[in-house]
Design a protein around this ligand. Sequence first.
Ligand code: CMP
Length: 249
Amino acid sequence: MNIQVLGCSGGLSGDNKGGSTCIQLNHNIVIDAGTGLNQLSLAQMHQIRHVFLTHSHMDHIAALPTFLSNQYGSEHLPVTVYAQAHTLEKLKTNIFNGDIWPELSSMTEGPEAILQFNEIHPGECIELEGLEIKAFAVEHSVPTVGYSVKSQGKHFVFPADTIAGTQLTEQLNRLGHIDTLMLECAFPDELLPVAEKTKHMTPGLLERALKSLEQQPDELWVTHLKPSYENDLRETLVANPPHKNTVVL
Ligand SMILES: Nc1ncnc2c1ncn2[C@@H]1O[C@@H]2COP(=O)(O)O[C@H]2[C@H]1O
């Protein structure tokens, strides 16, 4: 498994590195379609056939409409977008509605058929090209799933945007040994009330979530730092790493 984090910022980062959430699992599968997707060349974008969405928030879908339009002319159509019913419905109603962007999800015949939606349910496992991709429900401000990805004996887990709590602990414990856990940390501890309201992590909550696990992952990737607090969060996480193998992305 050669995972590439194309973007993992919790917003518009104001630098030229990465972008918002997009994780490439192999040459044709990504999780989320944030602006990090723009790290790929056009030829690489044409290879992408499967997009697994965690939830409907803009920083996770921002590049999806323009990415799909880039697919005209690609040889490998359609692109399948996997998401929960809530996310698919919001995309149809608010994005692919003929006003903001063409109604791509209704164009199912002929050369315009570049997109198909595939509803997924928490607990469902999809096998694609030697990867086992399993969705699991997490607690966020809109219906959200994380993904567990197994391939070649390795286990990568991305709980997406979420807050520490019983649901996250139970889901992660159920998944067994994790090689790489990619957990978010959006706000500093001083903004705990905002984190609680928006269902995100702070360094303190991240530490609490890790301590609640029956088994520690081999390594922790920390993501989704909100740009306004990024420097502060990096300092805190480097000074007090929540795990012995912590990488702050
Ligand atoms: N009360 C709030 N205070 C600060 N930021 C907020 C508030 N509500 C929503 N947001 C922002 O809106 C964003 C929506 O996407 P996120 O959940 O990633 O993160 C959220 C926050 O960055």
